[in-house]
Write a protein of this length. Structure first.
Ligand code: GLU
Length: 894
């Protein structure tokens, strides 16, 4: 009751005051804002100010704003606030945004016959007499997007949507027959804003066309993750259903060549739009409030609020011409309705005007019946209008969307590319010339020649730039930021990068590489080994220790075998007194000492006065002479090599040697892939190497290859530089005090880096293959490594440095084998000789028992004692004159 009274007094006062002083009537309009975006309220206020400032819009009245802030989706609170506004007396209500709250407000407005203006997507368009929606009608919106997708000629796409509203939008969009041949997969965006797994799934599936429907806030996060995953490349194409793409900072994506297209209603560059925002910015700054750069652009909702206020004012003016407008306060509790609400709503539906959101025209349901959309596309210059869509006329493009295949076949012909390189010999160097050189002429080197050859094949022009931070490109593990040439590519500052730029996994994830134009791998650059001091026992060097040991074994073995064979063979036993025809004992010259003397004499190439007589012993002797011949000649030859070649010793021979010691420091180029390889390696040796490099004081890292090379030269063997083998090769051709230690620790190549998803990768690959097949790359390498800039200086020294190596058992094992075989044959022959002699004796004298004779003979041989052998006599009972000489005797039976 009290409230009613208050409202009545207020309106009476307003009426009287204005009439008495001849001032325009103040007509209030109410705003309900629940989006939390201060720009909406600002747009509302500034729109009213503008309308009041332009007397032709509303000459007789003045508008005043009365607005309330609401929590999102709180219908109860909203109902209370709208009643409060109506009690004050408002001619119309603007907002809110949330669909639940807006529904409640709508019913209150319907009941009290107050016009209600909305600016939101509404799937079910109202049939309420008092509602008008400035947001484009769903079917108009769907038709515009469907036409855009058609123009894109997508055969398939992935669709990402946010919520149910998005799904209905997409349903409307895709329900037509135009998409019956298009394959699409629909994904819902997860709530926690981690879209990476979903994006990876799409990436793995190979889909390159993506339609996204989500709020601008989530879109900003999504686009960032799209870039992180590596899907912000020119192979991908995105259509976004947001009308506010221009409010997002797209600078990070505009150079990657990704096709991002969307529709928009408001042109942020229009003076009216810009001044609306600048008014707001100025007032905010006056109050000392900070504004983000991204907030300095007009949003579609701001423009719709502005247009709504102007529309309202125009309708009010029309109404005012036919009758006196007097807005009464209303109560939600009474059945009283607004006197002018119905007429005002009808007038609004009849107004046709050009607003910030284009042509504004409503149908009888209060739905925008005619909307023109701008088509915008992200290019290197930012978001640009490339056409528009109009109902009845459809899509009108100022340029055709170029399919990816066309971009590829058009190639690089007549294009001018920016090529970044890094000064690193011999890949890119400053040309030495007495004249002042300019432009590309300033540089020379292998990489410079490669680009030159590739450009000739593909017909493009290029200009060089030197990388600003003198780095190849590494990613900071904490910030995720790249530096060097890779950063310049990602920032769009350059089109391609070449130099000794290694292809590795991390870089390949960020940019695109061509196939390698040179192969390389990490190795160690170190001071050449020093001459070894002369050794007292260098005469031992030709043979390895094992050969010496085996030779000693062979010497003893052969002597013993010779001794045994000589005992066994009957032909080595002779009559010591030739004048005595019938000796009692026989003698053998091969006692153990003589056997050893005989073998030693021949081993030393001196011979001895002992000569074998039996076939078996001669066989053993012969084979031993053969053995000594080979061994002595090998020894002599190798000794000569050892004496002429100076022995070099290096304290390190491999990466493992480096880890084991602490005296020699080692490092690499800080910003290069070599150090990154050790940093990221899981192999314990390399991990330890990285730890030792990073702990070294003063720092073991350098800024460039020449700096590392100089450090090795000046550190007197206390610094080893981890460098790529191709660069080492170049250095040791010119700096004769340096050498490469060990082989390669990894295998990689240098490639040309291109923008991620570059359509030119395949044609560049073809050009590199051509250069490879025609041997151009080899010729260029020889030119830069061996000929130019002092190449070939250390060639002679390098060829003379072949060190002699001791002969191991593997080198002379065959001679040992022959010796063993020879001795075995000798032993067999000796046995045969002995058996033959016994057999002959037995066959001459039948009284001799073969077995008995053999047993006695063997007993004597195996006893290994004595150099004399008694002649065994056997008297025949019947013929005492006959006697036998010992069976082993050389003297035949008489
Ligand atoms: N080629 C290396 C790179 O691409 C630079 C030199 C190095 O690290 O050894 O990063």
């Amino acid at each position: 009751m009290k409230e009613k009274y208050y409202v009545f007094v207020l309106s009476l006062f307003n009426c009287l005051f204005c009439n008495v002083f001849g001032l325009p009537d103040v007509i209030r309009i109410g705003g309900l804002f629940d989006s939390g975006d201060a720009r909406d309220e600002a747009a509302f206020k500034y729109a009213v100010e503008r309308v009041n400032g332009q007397r032709n819009v509303l000459p007789k009245n003045r508008l005043a704003v009365q607005f309330e802030r609401l929590p999102w989706g709180d219908s109860f609170f909203a109902s209370e606030r709208v009643c409060q506004l109506l009690r004050v007396g408002v001619a119309g209500i603007f907002g809110p945004q949330s669909s639940e709250t807006s529904g409640h407000i709508q019913s209150v407005c319907d009941a009290l016959e107050v016009p209600h203006l909305e600016m939101r997507w509404r799937t079910n368009q109202n049939r309420d007499a008092f509602a008008l929606n400035l947001y484009p009608a769903p079917d108009t919106f769907a038709k515009a997007y469907a036409a855009l997708l058609k123009a894109k000629e997508w055969k398939s796409m992935a669709i990402l949507y946010d919520d149910v509203e998005g799904l209905t939008k997409l349903h409307l969009l895709l329900k037509g027959r135009s998409f019956s041949d298009t394959k699409f997969v629909i994904y819902q965006l997860v709530e926690d804003n981690n879209f990476r797994p979903l994006l990876r799934q799409i990436q793995r599936g190979g889909e390159k066309n993506i339609l996204i429907d989500c709020s601008v806030e989530r879109l900003e996060i999504l686009l960032k993750q799209v870039q992180q995953i590596g899907m912000m490349t020119s192979e991908y194409s995105y259509v976004l259903t947001t009308l506010d793409l221009h409010t997002i900072n797209l600078e990070d994506y505009q150079y990657g060549g990704t096709n991002i297209t969307a529709l928009r209603l408001v042109d942020p560059t229009k003076p009216e739009s810009a001044s609306l925002v600048s008014d707001w910015v100025q007032s905010e700054q006056r109050y000392g409030r900070r504004i983000n750069n991204s907030d300095m652009t007009i949003t579609t909702r701001m423009a719709m609020i502005y247009d709504g206020v102007v529309l309202f004012a125009k309708a009010l003016h029309e109404l005012d011409r036919s009758q006196d407008v007097n807005i009464r306060p209303l109560s939600c509790d009474s059945a009283d309705t607004s006197t002018f609400g119905n007429s005002l709503a009808n007038y609004m539906r009849l107004v046709e005007m050009e607003g910030l959101t284009g042509v504004i025209k409503f149908d009888t349901r209060g739905v925008r019946s005619y909307t023109v959309f701008d088509i915008v596309e992200l290019t290197e210059d930012g978001l640009n209008k490339v056409g528009n869509w109009e109902p009845y006329l459809g899509i009108n493009l100022t340029r055709r969307f170029i399919p990816l295949e066309e971009v590829k076949s058009e190639g690089l012909r007549n294009k001018t590319m920016i090529v970044t390189t890094i000064l690193s010999p011999p890949y890119a160097m400053l040309k030495e010339s007495p004249e002042q050189l300019i432009g590309n002429d300033r540089f020379e080197g292998m990489a410079i020649d490669v680009i030159d050859e590739v450009s000739k094949l593909l017909g493009f022009n290029y200009t060089y730039r030197i990388v600003e931070d003198n780095a190849w490109g590494n990613r900071n593990k904490e910030t995720g930021q790249w530096n060097g040439m890779i950063k310049e590519i990602l920032d769009g500052a350059t089109d391609m990068a070449i130099g000794d730029l290694s292809i590795n996994f991390e870089r390949e994830e960020a940019v695109d590489f061509t196939m390698p134009w040179m192969n390389t791998g990490i190795s160690i650059l170190y001071k050449k080994p020093q001459k070894a001091p002369p050794s007292l026992f260098s005469f031992m060097s030709p043979f390895s220790l094992s050969v010496w040991i085996w030779m000693s074994i062979a010497y003893v073995g052969v002597s013993v075998v010779l001794y045994m064979i000589a005992r066994l063979s009957p032909y080595e036993w002779y009559n010591p007194y030739p004048c005595i025809e019938d000796p009692d004992v026989l003698e053998n010259q091969f006692n153990l000492l003589n056997s050893m003397w005989f073998t030693l004499g021949s081993l030393m190439q001196q011979g001895s006065d002992i000569a074998p007589k039996a076939v078996s012993t001669r066989m053993v002797g012969g084979i031993w002479w053969f053995f000594t011949l080979i061994m002595i000649s090998s020894y002599t030859a190798n000794l000569a090599a050892f004496l002429t070649v100076e022995r070099m010793v290096s304290p390190i021979n491999s990466a493992e040697d480096l880890v084991k010691q602490t005296k020699i420091k080692y490092g690499g180029v800080l910003t290069g892939s070599t150090v990154a390889f050790f940093r990221d390696s899981k192999i314990p040796t390399y991990k330890k190497m990285y730890e030792s490099m990073s702990a070294a004081k003063p720092s073991a890292f350098v800024n460039s290859n020449p700096e590392g090379v100089e450090r090795v030269q000046n550190s007197n063997g206390l610094y080893a530089f981890l460098m790529e083998s191709s660069s080492i090769e170049f250095q040791i051709e010119r700096k004769c005090d340096l050498t490469q230690i060990g082989g390669q620790l990894d295998f990689k190549g240098y490639g040309i880096a291109l923008k991620p998803g570059s359509p030119y990768r395949s044609i560049m690959n073809e050009a590199i293959l051509k250069l490879q097949e025609t041997n151009r790359l080899l010729i260029l390498k020889n030119r830069w490594w061996k000929e130019k800039r002092g190449g070939g200086r250390c060639k002679d020294e390098a060829s003379g440095s072949g060190a002699a190596s001791e002969l191991a058992l593997a080198n002379v094992g065959g001679v040992f084998l022959v010796l063993v075989c020879g001795m075995s044959v000798g032993a067999i022959v000796a046995v045969l000789e002995s058996l033959f002699k016994i057999w002959r004796n037995c066959s001459n004298d039948k009284t001799i028992d073969f077995k008995q004779e053999l047993k006695e003979e063997m007993k004597f041989v195996l006893k290994c004692a004595g150099n004399t052998k008694p002649v065994r006599r056997r008297m025949n009972d019947t013929d005492s004159k006959k006697y036998y000489r010992a069976s082993s005797s050389t003297i035949d039976r008489i």
